[in-house]
Structure formats: C-alpha cells, structure tokens
Design a protein around this ligand. Structure first.
Ligand SMILES: *Cc1c(COP(=O)(O)O)cnc(C)c1O
Length: 425
C-alpha cells in the first residue's frame, strides 16, 4: 500500500517539479513569523523563506549577484522601486534568513549580518561617529573592541574615554557635550563583572547618545539588552550562535530608523557583509542555540559550585552563583548566568599552566561558546597586550583562568577538572 502511494506520489511529483523548474522562482508561502511562537520555535522556523522546491532545510544561495528580467527591472531595483536583491554585499537571501531569525530572537526591528564579530563592532561604532565626537566605553572590553575605541577611532579625530563600567557615577562624570556613543559588554571578559545596562542606557539617552551593547558573554538567550534600554546590540556569531567551532560571523541589531539612517550607507560601501555560506551554517546554529546554551549553563552552574568549594581556588566568579559580588543584580538583569566561569587558582602562572596542561577533556583555546569545553589563561593570551596596571584594574592575575563550558557530560568535565587540579598541585 505504502509502495503504491509512493509510486503515485513520485509519478505525480515529477512533471510538477519539472513545471516549476521551467516556470518561475516564486518562493513557496511559509509561516515564518508567527508572533505567538515561543523563542525556541522561532529559532527553528523564524525567517525561513522556501524556494519552489520545498526544501526542508534553509537553502544556501551561494551567489554574488542577481539577474534582472529587463533593463527596466534593473533600473527599478536600483531606484528602490522594485523589491529584490541587487548584490550580495548589500543583501543575500540566505543572509536575510539569518538576519530575520536574529531579529526574532533579539526583539529587534532590523539586523545586518557581518563577516566577523569585530566587523559588527567596528561598523556599529564607526558608522555613527565623526571627527570631534566622543565615545565613552567601559574599560573591561574584549581586546579588539578596546583597540577600536581606544586606538582606531582617535586616528579619525574621535575622542575616547574608558571608565570602570560597574561605577555608574563614573559614566555620568565622563559624559561630554560631544559624547555620541556609549559602549559596553556585560558580563565582562574575562572576570564576568556586570554593568547595569538600564542605568547606562538612561545616561546615554539623557545626553542624546546611543548605547551599544556587546552581548556575547550573556548570550541572546540569557540577556535582552534592547528590553533593558540599549539602542544597538552586537554579537560575535562566531561564539554561541555557531557554537560548533566552524564559521566566523557577527550581527548588528537595532531599530529600523537607526539601521536605515546610520548604518545603511556604511555597510553598503565598506563591505563587512557575511558570506552566504557562513549565514547558512549560522542559521543551523540558531536551530539548536536554545538547547545548547541551556545545557551548557546547567553544566556551568555545577562546575562553578565545584570550583567555589575547592581549596585550591582563591576566587570563583560566575554570575549565576550566590557568591558573585553582584549576584542580586545578576538575577535582575540576566535570566540565567552564562556558559563561562572565571576563577583564580592558588599558585599563579606556574600552577595555572600545569593545570591547563593536565586537562584531557577540556581543551586549551582562547575561543568560547563552543560545544567543546575550552580553557584560557587570559594574562598570557587574550589580555597579554594590556599594561600591568590595566590588568590589575581589571583584576586579571597570573592565576586567573577562564573556562567556557561545552556540551560534554558534566561528570566527565568535573572528573577532568578534579584530576587536573590534583595533578598540578
Ligand atoms: C569574540 C568576541 C568578539 C569578536 O568576534 P570575532 O567573531 O572573533 O570577530 C567581540 N566581542 C566579544 C565579547 C567576543 O567574545
């Protein structure tokens, strides 16, 4: 019976599909924006457009350009009078699906996907600043973000001030009449301190400035900067959004007005766009983002508790743990902690290196958000270019270690960490 049905179906399908091939490229109608969907459903179906072939998985449109039916059509598209793609530096159907799905996740009106997280940060900052403007940023930033604020922007006549992000009065005191952009990360890298996003947003708005939040460490699952008052959110999609160590990527999210007025010309002409291939991989990453981040957070909570109780650990910092100096505030600003843990081992650099080298399941890498658990010694790697005073200010010591918790069985991770602590003692 099944066999006959199958034959019938094939017999029916063949000429039909041929007809579609010959005829048109009108996409199949699809429910891709149901407002009643909960977040993880949006991450599976949101933003999908389907070609006439009815593919289950999102199509990969690996194309640079697009063909027009006529010269008139080309003219109309360039005038913005006809809908359609023009060139993949501006937009691409696979990249659009990724952007649409990110908008649904973040609650943003519009998104632009970039080649890397740093392309997103640089574009979001540079597109809205001119010589004579002032940018105010938290001191505890991802190294390259700090370079963009502190070194690159001043090359173009933009003044920069860095403040202790935790200190709301320091933000207020540093505001100037020409302050246009405020920039922060929360939790910070690597020591997982929190910055009060809502309070900094108020300061920005009072000054007529925009607040950009780099939300990588919190993940889009556990913290919603736009709801807290931020104007622009940026991600390195390289991290949890891919989450499986394959592609670099980034994304900028905001309201339609800012995207159209501040970012539009910048990205079209400077070309930080995401490759369609990477957008396709990252779309598949979004399908599993919720379960991955939940599971990684479950494990991080257990490992944080283990490290907190361990005699060889001086200090353990995890935003979802009651011992975190801002634990109450963390519960207010974030839905849950993070997939990252910072801790300080007794015995400084020698012990930290011995510990890292003794790990077998956890791998040594400066990356984070991966399915594989990764460990970093910031003072000799990610933060080695900072001055001793800067490191001291950020409380990064020779014993500071950052752990990105992956998807392995948490008991295997705990055993690995326990054995390596013993072996390195
Ligand atoms: C990794 C990272 C970036 C940069 O992203 P890339 O994709 O590596 O360019 C920016 N900010 C934070 C917080 C990051 O962790």
């Amino acid at each position: 019976m099944l066999f006959i049905r199958l034959q019938l179906a094939i017999g029916f399908f063949m000429p039909e599909s041929q007809a579609i091939l010959d005829e048109s490229i009108i996409a199949m109608p699809i429910d891709n924006k149901n407002p009643n969907w909960r977040s993880s459903t949006k991450m599976v179906h949101g933003g999908t457009t389907r070609s006439p072939f009815g593919e289950t998985s999102e199509a990969l449109f690996l194309t640079q350009g697009y063909i027009y039916d006529s010269a008139e059509s080309a003219e109309a598209r360039f005038m913005g009078e006809e809908e359609g793609y023009v060139y993949s530096r501006y937009a691409n159907p696979t990249v659009s699906m990724f952007e649409e799905r990110m908008c649904l996740l973040e609650g943003a009106e519009k998104a632009f996907a970039t080649a890397t997280g740093m392309a997103a940060v640089t574009a979001a900052i540079a597109c809205q600043l001119s010589a004579g403007d002032h940018i105010l940023a938290a001191r505890a930033l991802f190294g390259s973000c700090r370079y963009v604020c502190e070194k690159l922007m001043p090359q173009y006549g933009v003044e920069c001030t860095l403040v202790d992000g935790k200190d709301i009065n320091a933000w207020k005191a540093a505001i100037r009449p020409n302050t246009k952009v405020l920039f922060l990360e929360s939790p910070t890298n690597p020591t997982l301190e929190l910055v009060d996003i809502a309070a900094v947003a108020d300061i920005a708005h009072e000054a007529g400035a925009k607040l950009i939040v780099d939300n990588v460490f919190a993940t889009p699952i556990w913290q919603k900067p736009l709801e807290l008052g931020a104007d622009i959110v940026v991600y390195s999609a390289t991290k949890h959004i891919d989450g499986q160590g394959r592609c670099l990527g980034g994304v900028i999210l905001s309201d339609r007005e800012w995207m159209d007025e501040s970012l539009y010309d910048y990205y079209r002409h400077t070309g930080p766009s995401m490759s369609p291939f990477n957008a396709w991989v990252l779309l598949k990453g979004l399908e599993t983002l919720t379960v991955r981040v939940q599971q990684q957070t479950n494990s991080a909570e257990k490992i944080a508790q283990f490290l907190f109780e361990h005699d060889d650990v001086n200090r353990m910092l995890y935003p979802g743990h009651p011992s975190h100096p801002q634990a109450n505030f963390a519960a207010k600003q974030m839905i849950r902690g993070s997939t990252l843990i910072a801790f300080e081992l007794k015995g400084g650099k020698r012990r930290s290196f011995a510990f890292e080298n003794a790990l077998r399941t956890v791998q040594i890498s400066n990356n984070l958000g991966d399915a594989k658990s990764l460990i970093t010694h910031p003072s000799t790697t990610t933060h080695k270019n900072l001055s001793d005073e800067d490191r001291e200010e950020l409380q990064i010591t020779d014993g500071t270690i950052r752990l990105s918790v992956g998807l392995e069985d948490v008991d295997d991770l705990l055993e690995d960490i326990d054995k390596a602590l013993i072996a390195s003692a």
